[in-house]
Design a protein around this ligand. Structure first.
Ligand SMILES: NC(=O)c1ccc[n+]([C@@H]2O[C@H](COP(=O)([O-])OP(=O)(O)OC[C@H]3O[C@@H](n4cnc5c(N)ncnc54)[C@H](O)[C@@H]3O)[C@@H](O)[C@H]2O)c1
Ligand SMILES: [Zn+2]
Ligand SMILES: [Zn+2]
Length: 407
């Protein structure tokens, strides 16, 4: 049996790479594992050799100490790799298959899975519907920023790439199928983006940039990306976006400068609850700012997509209400404008196959849009630190040294 090594959350601001258990076809007790999941038999699982495993803004919420993530948690939910072993109940997935792993863990058997709502599967997390690898309150499935990771319900969850050599040629693009590309695309689809749309995307992190690339793929006429990070705004301009530096005033002013009216057809929140204020408030957190902004700038009758993460408890929030996840949202404005809202985990499986085809047939260059940057697994702490400081990069960990030359 090979050994294993993973990225471990060691408390606010600290991650370490060290030896971890090689996966087994049974869920063992460990940090963050829900007691009701301990001893769960997983004959339907596959063990994946992780070829590319990305660091996400969602991990940062934990690593910044803004969640109740326990010390010792193995991180990582954006996994792409090769099937190393399959359990006795796996019928169709084969050892050697090259696959993308949707970050949502889902069973394929519950009511929500049958309706395509794989982000809120009822059978994988005893606490609440919805689950993910290596994430707080998500059932305790071991994370995949590691050499090897176990994927339950493998026949259902895994997306197989058609050809190994073709997949290795576009591996950094395909690595974005586990989360941020479908997530950005879902943000745009639920915001109603289509041919000729004008779109405001709050946030130029990897999810915002993936949403912007998705908006173009969906036919948007103008894509305006807002952030206060100048390097990330430059990255967005690099593939044809207009930009709004929100530290220099309200997004509505920028939108009016660009479009002639302070309004867009569709808007996406790719920021979440750690949002900064606008203009002079940009130095401090204002968790409801982006939600209120996207309601204000979207035309009446439009829709807003909210992939940005909001939590039921935030130990680092400024006030008691926000510590419980209650934010001061202008719902009256949203009601008056008849806006539609979509929140929650992106149901990755709804989009990953189509987006894979768009990548393989050169319809989109997602790795370039998000500046995918491979680094060795051992350098994960550096990746976390630079990403936290706002580097305009999507860090892709390379546990087996197979990404050299892919950049
Ligand atoms: N729904 C899902 O399935 C899903 C999946 C992946 C990520 N997410 C969430 O999406 C969000 C973005 O992820 P990411 O990896 O890009 O994170 P990130 O932290 O790298 O990016 C967030 C960006 O927002 C910017 N920002 C802060 N306040 C702003 C404001 N008022 N207006 C505009 N920009 C502002 C920050 O400067 C930063 O560049 C996170 O909350 C993450 O947890 C959700
Ligand atoms: Zn992610
Ligand atoms: Zn299910």
């Amino acid at each position: 049996m090979p050994g294993n090594k993973g990225v471990i959350y060691e408390g606010p601001g600290r991650v370490e790479v060290r030896a971890t258990d090689y996966p087994d076809f049974e869920l063992k007790d460990g940090p963050g594992v829900n007691p009701a999941n301990v001893g769960r038999k997983l004959p339907h699982a596959a063990i994946i050799k992780a070829i590319a495993t990305n660091i996400c803004g969602s991990d940062q919420h934990m690593v910044r100490g803004r969640t109740t993530a326990p010390q010792g948690l193995v991180l990582g939910h954006e996994i792409t790799g090769e099937v190393a072993e399959v359990g006795p109940d796996v019928e169709f997935v084969k050892v050697g298959d090259m696959v993308s792993v949707p970050f949502n863990i889902s069973c394929g058997r519950c009511r929500n899975c049958k309706e395509g709502k794989t982000g809120i599967c009822e059978n994988v997390n005893p606490d609440q519907p919805g689950s993910a690898y290596g994430y707080v309150d998500m059932g305790g499935w071991v994370g995949g920023q590691a050499e090897y990771v176990l994927v339950p319900y493998a026949d259902w969850n895994l997306l197989k790439f058609p050809d190994r050599d073709q997949a290795m040629e576009k591996i950094l693009d395909l690595a974005m199928l586990a989360d941020i590309f479908p997530t950005g695309f879902h943000g745009c689809v639920t915001a109603g983006v289509g041919p000729g749309s004008t779109v405001y995307i709050a946030g130029a992190g990897p999810v915002g940039l993936a949403a912007a690339a998705s908006a173009f793929l969906l036919g948007a006429a103008v894509v305006i990306v807002g952030d206060l990070n100048k390097e990330r705004l430059a990255q967005a301009r690099g593939f044809g976006c207009e930009t709004a530096d929100v530290s220099e005033g309200e997004p509505a002013q920028h939108i009016e400068r660009i479009l002639g009216v302070p309004e867009v057809d569709c808007a996406v929140d790719a920021v979440g609850f750690e949002a900064r204020g606008h203009g002079r408030e940009a130095g401090t957190e204002h968790p409801a700012t982006v939600l209120n902004t996207i309601m204000a700038v979207t035309r009446a009758g439009g829709a807003v997509g909210i992939p940005g993460l909001y939590v039921t408890g935030d130990p680092g929030a400024k006030d008691e209400a926000a510590r419980q996840g209650s934010l001061s949202i202008r719902i009256g404005l949203g009601w008056a404008k008849s806006l539609s809202f979509t929140t929650g985990q992106c149901p990755v499986m709804r989009y990953n196959r189509q987006l894979m085809m768009a990548i393989l047939h050169d319809r989109v260059r997602i790795a370039e849009a998000v500046n995918a940057t491979p680094i060795p697994l051992d350098q994960a702490p550096r990746g976390y630190e630079e990403f936290d400081k706002g580097a305009a990069r999507k860090y892709v960990l390379d546990p087996h040294g197979m990404l050299a030359g892919a950049a």
